[in-house]
Design a protein around this ligand. Structure first.
Ligand SMILES: [Mn+2]
Length: 269
């Protein structure tokens, strides 16, 4: 009877980041959430994975093995990280469990995590390189880093906030087009640093500017309503940097995601 429920997985891992602290994000979010919504653990299914300095190939395998067997047992899977390297096994799972249709990825991020350094170790700043060949199209919303990645294939589309005057209209329009593909399955990944650091300071690599909390929650709501993503992740909340304002903002975003139902439910193919 869990089939119509969401599975929420908390993944405590920040070995993919140069700055520690994101591993504490899930616990901090849950403390805050339970104080505002005490019965959440009755209404949703929870799952927890904790990694202490494990090598990433073990982290990758454990995440993949644990969550891929649950794919058809739950309506959706929502993952709270942890650093963004965790998205690599999740996207790999999304791809390998999806054999029939097009695979599209929407990432909200202040950075384009596609830096090539030849080390072959998945980090939060290069995970896109490891999954880009597996997916059909990728849209990154919100980057504003002056450091441009040294590898950016054509299938990656970018809506930067650097031209903020038209950003809201441009992003809304481009997301709408990207998300209206009836033959595609969608994966939605949210790096919390995509939000303006004045509203979400608790991230390891804040960059000035960015998407307002109101706009991002509006955009995410409409993406979920349109595409019914079976996998959503919320990454990079770092309570060691800031833990009150950010936990509160993340709680509202998380709550809005779990309570937003798509306009029409689709079966994961
Ligand atoms: Mn980022």
């Amino acid at each position: 009877l869990e089939q119509d429920k969401d599975l929420i997985t908390l993944i405590s891992y920040d070995g993919g980041s140069r700055i520690p602290g994101a591993r504490m994000g899930p616990t901090r979010l849950m403390d805050w959430t339970i104080s505002r919504y005490p019965f959440i653990k009755n209404d949703y299914c929870f799952n927890e994975l904790v990694f202490n300095n494990s090598p990433f190939d073990l982290v990758f395998k454990k995440i993949y093995d644990t969550l891929s067997e649950k794919v058809n047992k739950y309506e959706r899977q929502i993952v709270i990280g942890g650093d963004h390297s965790i998205s690599a096994p999740l996207i790999h799972m999304f791809v390998s469990k999806n054999k029939l249709v097009k695979k599209k990825l929407v990432i909200f991020d202040a950075h384009i995590d596609a830096f090539e350094d030849g080390t072959r170790i998945i980090k939060n700043w290069n995970f896109i390189n490891y999954i880009v060949n597996e997916i059909d199209e990728l849209l990154i919303v919100g980057p504003r880093d002056v450091l441009k990645p040294n590898y950016l294939p054509n299938k990656i589309k970018v809506i930067s906030t650097l031209y903020m005057r038209q950003f809201s209209e441009k992003a809304t329009k481009k997301i709408k087009i990207f998300c209206s593909d009836k033959n595609a399955e969608y994966y939605l990944s949210i790096d919390m640093d995509s939000i303006n650091p004045s509203e979400f300071p608790g991230v390891s690599y804040p960059i000035a500017g960015g998407i307002s909390y109101n706009l991002i929650s509006q955009l995410i709501k409409s993406i979920i309503e349109k595409t019914d993503p079976k996998f959503i992740d919320l990454m990079e909340f770092n309570p060691l940097i800031e833990q009150s304002m950010s936990a509160n903002a993340l709680f509202f975003l998380f709550y809005s995601i779990i309570t937003t139902k798509p306009k029409e439910r689709r079966e994961f193919k």
